[in-house]
Design a protein around this ligand. Sequence first.
Ligand SMILES: *[C@@H]1O[C@H](CO)[C@@H](O)[C@H](O)[C@H]1NC(C)=O
Ligand SMILES: *[C@@H]1O[C@H](CO)[C@@H](O)[C@H](O)[C@H]1NC(C)=O
Ligand SMILES: *[C@@H]1O[C@H](CO)[C@@H](O)[C@H](O)[C@H]1NC(C)=O
Ligand SMILES: *[C@@H]1O[C@H](CO)[C@@H](O)[C@H](O)[C@H]1NC(C)=O
Ligand SMILES: *[C@@H]1O[C@H](CO)[C@@H](O)[C@H](O)[C@H]1NC(C)=O
Ligand SMILES: [Cu+2]
Length: 426
Amino acid sequence: MRYTVYGAIVILPKKDTPYPFPKPDGEIPVVLGEWWKGSMDVVLQQLARSGGAPKNSDAYTINGQPGDLYPCSRAEKVVIPVKSGKTYMLRIAGATMNGEMFLSVAGHKLTVVEVDASYTKPLEVDYVLVTPGQSMNVLLKADRPVGNYYLAVRPYIAPNVSLDNSTATAVIVYEGSHPNATPALPTTLPPITDSASANSFSKSLRSLESKAFPAMVPLQIDRHLMFTIGLAIRPCSNCTLGGRLSGVFNNISLELPKTALLQAHYFRKPNVYITNFPDNPTSSFNYIGKPPSNLMAKGGTRLSYLPFNSSVQLILQSTAIVAPENHPIHLHGTNFFVVGMGLGNYNASSDPLSFNLIDPPERNTIGVPLGGWVALRFEANNPGVWFMHCHLEFHTSVGLATAFVIEDGPNPEDKLIPPPLDLPPC
Ligand SMILES: *[C@@H]1O[C@H](CO)[C@@H](O)[C@H](O)[C@H]1NC(C)=O
Ligand SMILES: *[C@@H]1O[C@H](CO)[C@@H](O)[C@H](O)[C@H]1NC(C)=O
Ligand SMILES: *[C@@H]1O[C@H](CO)[C@@H](O)[C@H](O)[C@H]1NC(C)=O
Ligand SMILES: *[C@@H]1O[C@H](CO)[C@@H](O)[C@H](O)[C@H]1NC(C)=O
Ligand SMILES: *[C@@H]1O[C@H](CO)[C@@H](O)[C@H](O)[C@H]1NC(C)=O
Ligand SMILES: [Cu+2]
């Protein structure tokens, strides 16, 4: 569970593969976390008992500290020392539980060069949005007068959704400035419910698409999929609310089996899952309009089967069922290209005309716009069973998840490797 995460795994480029931008003078991990006063187990027990939403967190953190705007951590705030004229790479990791975070540095521009470990065309911005599960490398040039500047994060929250709305800070301290001098707060951090800023940032990213780092966007599509995303209600006899708020793709909330999905697939164990996840919504309605009056969803362990090497286009369409929200959807096992993104209902005849098949961003987690859709493309060439889920911890824990079963290919290197000899028997 991410609430125990205190650091980041840093992936460095190979020695003979330099960064496709001038080597920064320093690299600074910026791990965004979320913190509850008290035991996380109790929060989870309360969630299970009520059937509703979990208790909001008490703070967001940067490298483990909430910073000056909370009463508790003034002495132990995170200080990031910099020298005038130097350029630093902030390695930002979104390890919050439920908060999708806007991040800005007072007085400074940020230049995004990498998202989810894939290089981008340099993008100069006043703020970034980092959802749980996303990572991002941004360059920060120490080109302002010597002084102290806040790096601040606060969440992007859908209207009518209750979430911790506090602001965490770290202090960027120029050499020659007093560490206790009062820093300036960024004026560029978007307001908490600012969907336009969230969407415009996500839409501005482009793959680097260079000779050394080409964007291998699938052009021929073998399989067209469309999954709606949202919340719904599932029966719950012993919940205090009488039902359980659940997360759904195509109206199906994932029920996790006792046997691991990958194990069942590898050993061909029957009756653990069925590969009949619907390729399209089973009922079509105005997804972004007034939700249907029946909020009930189905449960099931239904997965999507993909023959080896099929190229897939997946439309993720948000719905307004229970509450419209931006859901950060994360796919395991392969990256995808975000070839399209828009507001409203996806239109299969007109929207593909504006797809970017040249330099779309390559990611593994994408925030699906509140009241909108994204179009993703990927090659199913990594055999196994791969989870796809909303990276808001609450939503994934109540079933906003499914998985792709990707079959082995013909060559030895295209086959799923056997489990380790010490795989626990239960
Ligand atoms: C938020 O709730 C109000 C009152 O229930 C409603 O009028 C409004 O449409 C809701 N907004 C969204 C985005 O759902
Ligand atoms: C943040 O949440 C608190 C408590 O829920 C609320 O009183 C306050 O108005 C919220 N602030 C903003 C900026 O939404
Ligand atoms: C979802 O499934 C439930 C249970 O079968 C059904 O009652 C409901 O109408 C479905 N909702 C949608 C939006 O398809
Ligand atoms: C898989 O597809 C790639 C091109 O997308 C092709 O080069 C490769 O030969 C295919 N592999 C198999 C086993 O069909
Ligand atoms: C989809 O777009 C086409 C072309 O613009 C338009 O004729 C059609 O009405 C649209 N469909 C829907 C459901 O809006
Ligand atoms: Cu979600």
